[in-house]
Design a protein around this ligand. Structure first.
Ligand code: M6R
Length: 357
């Protein structure tokens, strides 16, 4: 089923534009408006707080989802790592809604939280790529990610599908609450799909960047602010998982609070710059690390780019940049792993679905 591809991961990265289009198709009505089942919108409009529960890459998608739900639908959201939530449960609000995000729908850490949530009598919605999976069956409602089977252990198209479906949840909840936005998500996701296509055609450039910045390193840092920070966490996880390079994603503003001590001559620092509001601040961070010898690779978005940037992303709506900024990071991880002869699709010590707590 890999077709002409050497690895499922690369095939799945390339499928992302198609997945975006499938998601739009699956959730739009004949008038090209995005719609969700009324019972799901009653749950999102009727709650006083949303608790997103997930692990790994799905947790990273949840962080982006929080921003979308808070900004578009004006609902408070907390995002929790499932394994921590069980024994460190926060003080819950009066009318919580739980959202579980899980590609496989079988992750044991998330399942054990769902069991507790159901015992407490709270409603739960699962976003999963596997309808009929345990997390889908045991929750009150399910939204399908429509990403198609994801075989590579490193999650790629499920992450972008999760963010797209969370954006749809946010936009339809906003509409159901009567919140006016000038945001046409169908159109914006179509722009995202086209941008993803452009990016997947730039593999040679990204392979060269992986060669120049990552082939001989033992560690790497990813810095960003606001939504870029969340994507940095995901970029670092992807790189660690398949290339075994020790990587850390962190908020640009946190550099001076400790991590900058690790920057030395030649340390690769990958910086994202897609958010106009923090453009100056993240550029300042790039200068700080370069002054200490870092090998900085800046990935910026059209409109914010500078001549020296290594890679420039096509322009998409500012709320949706994680959907495209992650693509070069997925490809960097892929080529870094390939160049060190790692088993890209089946990294050591990892399973596709983690069914033990
Ligand atoms: O199936 P899930 O989305 O619940 O899986 C959660 C994590 O185990 C998963 O995202 C993991 O972090 C990936 N291997 C990352 O690429």
């Amino acid at each position: 089923e890999k077709g002409t591809y050497d690895h499922f991961m690369l095939k799945e990265i390339d499928e992302q534009p198609l997945v975006m289009r499938k998601i739009i198709e699956a959730y739009e009505n004949e008038q090209n408006q995005l719609v969700l089942p009324p019972e799901i919108l009653s749950a999102t409009t009727g709650c006083d707080r949303i608790y997103i529960i997930a692990c790994g890459t799905s947790y990273h998608a949840g962080l982006v989802g929080k921003q979308l739900l808070e900004k578009l639908a004006q609902v408070s959201v907390e995002v929790h790592v499932a394994s921590e939530f069980s024994y460190n449960m926060p003080l819950l609000s009066g009318k919580p809604l739980f959202i579980f995000i899980s590609q496989s729908g079988e992750t044991a850490d998330s399942r054990s939280v769902l069991v507790k949530v159901k015992e407490m009598g709270f409603p739960a919605l699962t976003l999963t790529n596997v309808p009929g999976s345990t997390l889908s069956r045991e929750a009150d409602y399910t939204l399908n990610l429509h990403a198609g089977p994801e075989i590579a252990v490193a999650s790629t198209k499920a992450y972008t599908a999760q963010i797209a479906v969370l954006a749809i949840l946010a936009a339809t909840t906003a509409k159901a609450k009567g919140i006016q936005t000038d945001f046409d998500l169908v159109q914006e996701l179509a722009i995202v799909a086209n941008a993803m296509e452009v990016l997947t055609q730039q593999k040679e450039t990204i392979e060269e960047l992986a060669h120049a910045y990552l082939d001989t390193t033992r560690n790497a840092f990813f810095i960003g602010r606001s939504a870029d920070y969340f994507v940095c966490l995901e970029g670092a996880l992807k790189l660690k998982e398949i290339s075994y390079i020790q990587a850390e994603g962190f908020a640009g503003g946190e550099l001076k609070h400790g991590t900058i001590a690790l920057i030395e001559e030649g340390t690769p620092v990958i910086a994202l710059d897609t958010q106009a509001g923090v453009h100056g601040a993240i550029r300042g961070n790039v200068q700080e690390v370069v002054a200490r010898g870092a090998n900085a690779l800046v990935v910026s978005m059209q409109g914010l780019e500078l001549d020296e940037d290594a890679f420039v992303l096509p322009h998409v709506h500012e709320l949706l940049t994680p959907l495209i900024s992650v693509v070069p990071l997925q490809l960097l991880a892929y080529y870094a792993a390939l160049h060190s002869d790692c088993d890209v699709d089946k990294p050591r010590n990892l399973a596709k679905s983690v069914t033990v707590e």
